[in-house]
Design a binder for this molecule. Structure first.
Ligand SMILES: [Zn+2]
Length: 507
């Protein structure tokens, strides 16, 4: 191992030392150099992930226990929000084994974050040097501010490479193209959900602390870092579909196909609804397009949809799971069955009625990030529902196995009290009902409007559609079917194909 490698190893496998300086934002050129240098240790993080991937379940759980113990202690000592939670319950970091202690803390919600950001939820109540400010969008338009430590950023970037390698066997030099729903905000930053230019960003930061030159330097540095990081992951970013919704003109879809044929990428990452639409266009026009690996991202992809995409592009399709708040924490392996949790970096719980869910039982997905100390996410309720699997995967890995079945807000609880997931409804809609797209909106509990878009040149059998959806929803009080031309995207650029009025009944 070279001196550089061993230095990277040392830097990359632990949190930065706790000196007072880390808590003082500083934008000198020297600090910038140190920060850029720190990026090198992403390699060390990748090596750590490879090593942890081979550990037995016992050793992984022991590792989680140690890292969780450190996280809980640090959060108690440095984050006012968590100090108060512990105190209110008469708990201290050493009073119970970490995992048991974790179970005594209530889940953290988006509204908790919004109510306590920044002073009460950040480490020492302020941003640390080198930390990154992200804003989540999610499927609803409400933003959550997230501060990620330097260590957390390196870890997130390593996890992106790791997921591409695990799920897509994507090595260095493989050409990668993405079609995200919000390309502009990923590349330019957002303010109140709207894309923001460089000058606007500098003005906004300058307005906050009245030090324009330092602010400008900080923004330029942030842009540089973000663009370097982005160019490491993707070679090319294609534009989103835009405001016309799901039904893009065939000529516009052909442009995407032309780029894929011309550029011949190894990996394409994109919003599931976009990939589905391009796949349909390929089938309708009888073209042959081959992309070795496809990775749907930014929305729910169901087993049926992944199979459709795989066949249309003659591709291998793999699924990953994560959130902008926490980064990516689970990925499918070659067996393409369940999602493997990256257990050294995250703890994932599935909770139903306030207790741990049984294997295979639908529950709320709750995640603890073990690495971002700048803003700890301890028992964060993602707003997604899913299941965990008790068996082992045929690949031999002993990491925890989970699946995500959709957003909680898109979950219908029927009159009989049975939860119906977004995943079930998507696979029903795209089975053999002749639907191009649909949107099911529950206006009041048990009362549904179903908008349906026919496939080009097809007539819809509305009675059959109504009957299939009625059966799936246990015979609701009202279900009206309306033909539509397209389904429009939400303000975030993503689509909501199911909107529920009954999801709060799911505890
Ligand atoms: Zn596996």
């Amino acid at each position: 191992m070279s001196v550089l490698d061993s230095a990277r190893e040392r830097v990359g496998t632990r949190e930065p030392a706790k000196t007072g300086r880390e808590n003082t934002p500083n934008t000198s050129l020297g600090t910038m150099a140190v920060r850029l240098g720190g990026r090198l240790s992403v390699g060390a993080q990748c090596r750590r992930l490879v090593a942890e991937d081979k550990l037995s379940r016992d050793r992984l759980e022991a590792l989680q226990e140690r890292r969780l113990g450190r996280l809980l202690r640090d959060a108690y000592e440095t984050v006012p929000y968590y100090r108060e939670l512990f105190d209110q319950r008469g708990l201290t970091p050493g009073c119970l084994p970490p995992r048991e202690l974790l179970g005594k803390l209530p889940p953290l919600t988006k509204s908790d974050i919004m109510a306590n950001f920044p002073d009460r939820i950040l480490r020492h109540g302020r941003r640390s040097t080198g930390s990154q400010h992200l804003a989540s969008t999610g499927t609803t338009a409400d933003r959550t501010d997230v501060i990620v430590s330097l260590y957390g950023q390196r870890s997130r970037l390593a996890l992106v490479f790791w997921r591409h390698a695990l799920g897509g066997r994507c090595g260095v030099g493989a050409k990668r193209i993405e079609i995200p729903p919000d390309a502009c905000s990923r590349l330019c930053g957002t303010e109140n959900g709207r894309p923001m230019g460089l000058i606007g960003e500098i003005r906004a930061v300058a307005g906050q602390n009245r030090r324009p030159i330092q602010s400008a330097l900080r923004v330029i540095e942030k842009r540089l870092r973000s663009s370097i990081r982005h160019s490491l992951i993707y070679d090319q970013t294609l534009p989103p579909f835009g405001p016309d919704g799901t039904c893009l003109a065939e000529a516009d879809l052909q442009r995407y196909v032309d780029v894929l044929r011309e550029q011949r990428p190894y990996l394409v990452t994109g919003l599931p609804a976009y990939l589905q639409q391009i796949a349909r266009h390929i089938r309708r026009t009888g073209q042959s397009v081959h992309v070795p690996v496809i990775h749907p991202m930014g929305g729910l992809s169901t087993p049926g949809l992944r199979q459709f995409i795989a066949e249309s592009f003659s591709a291998e399709v793999y699924e990953t799971y994560g959130s902008s708040e926490l980064g990516g924490f689970a990925c499918q392996c070659d067996s393409r069955e369940w999602l493997h949790v990256t257990m050294g970096s995250y703890i994932v719980e599935v909770v139903r009625d306030g207790r741990p869910a049984k294997p295979g039982e639908l529950g709320h997905l709750i995640v603890t990030g073990l690495e971002n100390r700048a803003m700890p996410f301890i028992r964060y309720k993602l707003g997604d529902v899913g299941r965990w699997h008790a068996g082992s995967c045929e690949c031999g890995r002993e990491t925890q196995l989970i699946e995500c079945n959709g957003r909680l807000q898109n979950l219908i609880v029927t009159g009989e009290g049975r939860p119906v997931t977004e995943e079930e409804l998507l696979d029903l809609a795209y089975s053999d009902l002749g639907l191009e797209h649909f949107q099911l909106v529950e206006r009041k509990r048990g009362q549904f409007d179903l908008s349906v878009v026919a496939q080009p040149g097809e007539d819809l059998d509305q009675a059959a559609i109504k009957s299939a959806f009625s059966d799936a929803l246990d015979g609701p009080r009202r279900l009206d079917v309306f033909p539509a031309q397209t389904i429009h995207a939400e303000a975030t650029g993503k689509f909501r194909f199911v909107k529920s009025a009954s999801y709060e009944d799911f505890a």
